[in-house]
Design a protein around this ligand. Structure first.
Ligand code: HEC
Length: 90
């Protein structure tokens, strides 16, 4: 009887999430939602935000109202990554 070669089962490796997206899921989704539209506790719809890179960075670092400050939790590079990701939400 012919035995099929026993290939080790190789699930295609999932590409890792881009760091900004991962940071967004860890820090922002609970209020803003995965698509930026959740709006919990008056969180603004990020897809409608007119804030640019600079404004978002300031807000994420310093917080505003019910939006927590992330300046102590995230490094400057992480803030930049998560802000860049937030700008891709449409
Ligand atoms: C505890 C809930 C909460 C979390 C967590 C949170 N936000 Fe917010 N976010 C808010 C609220 C509330 C506002 C509205 C603040 C205001 O104007 O008083 C806001 C506003 C914003 C705005 C401004 C939108 C605009 O144009 O007015 C940006 C950008 C933003 N958040 C990005 C983020 C990012 C990026 C993260 C993760 C690093 C995050 N937020 C995490 C609650 C949250």
């Amino acid at each position: 009887m012919l035995l099929l070669p026993l290939l080790p089962h190789q699930a295609p490796a999932k590409p890792p999430l881009p760091p900004g997206q991962l940071l967004f899921q860890q820090n922002c989704v609970r209020c803003h939602g995965a698509n930026g539209k959740r709006g919990l506790n008056g969180a603004h719809d990020l897809t409608k935000s007119n804030l640019n890179d600079f404004g978002r960075t300031y807000l994420v670092v310093n917080g505003m109202g019910k939006m927590p400050a992330f300046g102590k939790k995230l490094t400057a590079a992480q803030v930049q990554q998560v802000v860049a990701y937030s700008l891709t939400l449409r």
